[in-house]
Design a protein around this ligand. Structure first.
Ligand code: GDP
Length: 433
């Protein structure tokens, strides 16, 4: 998906417009995790084209002075977006701060669409021509408050979307990303992976949409590590802000088959780890939990078991994710990682034949009969897999309300036991037949 960023100085109405563009949809955009919580990144759609929207105003950079904040937010947009929507305020005219932002955007060479907000009535339209002087061509009058002019604005935005056709993602290649708090060891782990004996790194940078992907091959399998250059190049102020790393993570997760959720063995599990893991889980990607810096822990067989129990307790929803204890520093168990990623990826894309699936479901029901609610018994007619990535199943029943959460969980476990979906979530939906 293309990425659109909304930029502008404070109080021009960025968040109002962001909410307008995704607002009504945000409840049905169920697949991007954390979006509704953070409100900086969301999926939107226009003329059957889906895109992702960033509200850079939501990315606050510490307590830096306003000007610095604005500059950093513009930089986020320039780095991350395919198209930038630059918003100014019709009620205030062009301010020095607008010109400051304009200068940065101008230098970026990215397509910029200029929107003049707070044009709440048609008489004001005559006044927007002064905004040509910002140098971004035709200004689009809009009213975030009244929802006016957004259609024309989006028409223009969509025109600038890059075409990805020649860069169709390769079916046989496994795309994965590493996510985790700053300093958990993401960059170190990428470097350790790339230096592994059996790994062949091909640098075809610049040939893909994101020159920041790293292509590699091991045992005949192609992999792409997403966002690796982003991890290696660092030191910018905004890269350390939490919301920014969330944004980065969400973007990477979206393109991944498998996500490596990194945890720092030295500092233990923190609230932010859970949040990050939650994003990956809700996105329905394959997941491997990686406990890095295992060299810092005095270990025997018992410590690993104890640590695993702790992780399982903290991340109950990730019970399907395998855990690898390794060290990017000493390279211990690094070689087990790619095979694990491969297994998770295969399971994530696995298809189960309908007859085999139904045998398993019927056996499960024979063993543990369906529940009865208020004198009415749940009847399961048949099940079928409707999607992969992640594997999703529809169970046709007499009354979907009778499918109790715990019974659904029981069926899910039976499916897991039978087909070994290690490393991937699976989804089950009850439908009325
Ligand atoms: P990132 O912010 O997640 O990319 O983390 P970095 O890869 O920059 O690592 C942060 C710090 O942790 C650096 O000082 C690394 O040297 C250190 N580090 C990374 N992996 C390991 C490890 O396996 N063991 C130990 N002891 N230190 C590590």
């Amino acid at each position: 998906n293309s990425v659109v960023a909304i930029v502008g100085r404070p109080n021009v109405g960025k968040s109002t417009i962001f909410n307008r563009l995704v607002g009504e949809r945000i409840s049905i955009v169920e697949d991007i995790p954390g979006v509704t919580r953070d409100r900086i990144y969301a999926q939107a759609e226009w003329l059957n084209t889906r895109f992702n929207l960033i509200d850079t105003g939501g990315i606050e950079i510490g307590d830096e002075p306003l000007l610095v904040q604005m500059r950093e937010q513009a930089q986020v947009a320039i780095d991350e977006a395919d198209v930038i929507v630059f918003i100014v305020n019709a009620k205030e005219g062009i301010t020095a701060a607008d010109e400051e932002v304009a200068k940065l955007l101008f230098k970026s060479n990215k397509p910029v669409v200029l929107a003049v907000n707070k044009v709440d009535n048609p008489e004001m339209r005559a006044e927007i021509y002064e905004y040509y002087s910002l140098g971004f061509g035709e200004p689009f009058p809009i009213s975030g408050a009244h929802g006016l002019g957004l259609g024309d604005l989006l028409d223009e935005v969509v025109k600038h979307f890059p075409t990805f056709s020649e860069e169709e993602e390769d079916e046989d290649t496994i795309y994965f990303s590493l996510i985790g708090r700053p300093n958990v060891g993401k960059s170190s782990l990428v470097n350790a992976l790339l230096n592994e004996d059996r790994v062949i790194v091909s640098d075809i940078e610049g040939t893909t949409r994101d020159a920041i992907d790293t292509h590699l091959k091991r045992d005949g399998q192609n992999y792409v590590i997403i966002d690796t250059a982003g991890m290696r190049k660092r030191g910018k102020v905004y890269e350390t802000t939490e919301k920014y790393s969330v944004l980065r993570a969400l973007k990477a997760i979206e393109r991944s088959d498998v996500v490596l959720v990194l945890i720092d063995a030295e500092t233990g599990i923190r609230e932010q780890d859970k949040k990050i893991a939650g994003y990956a889980h809700e996105a329905g990607r394959g997941i491997v939990i990686v406990v890095n810096k295992w060299d810092t822990v005095e270990t025997d067989e018992k410590t690993m078991k104890e640590y695993e129990e702790k992780i399982r307790a903290h991340f109950q929803y990730l019970d399907y994710a395998p855990i690898v204890f390794l060290s990017a520093k000493t390279k211990k168990r690094i070689h087990t990682l790619l095979p694990m990623v491969k297994e998770a990826s295969e399971n994530h894309a696995k298809r189960i034949a309908t007859n085999v699936l139904n045998d398993v479901i019927m056996d499960a029901i024979a063993m543990n009969p369906t529940p009865t609610v208020k004198g009415k018994r749940l009847k399961v007619l048949y099940a079928t897999q409707v999607a992969v990535k992640p594997p999703s199943f529809v169970v046709f029943v007499n009354e979907p309300e009778l499918m109790h959460f715990s019974y659904q969980r029981f069926l899910e476990n039976k499916i897991r036991d039978a087909f070994g979906f290690v490393g991937t979530p699976i989804k089950i939906f009850a439908r009325k037949r």
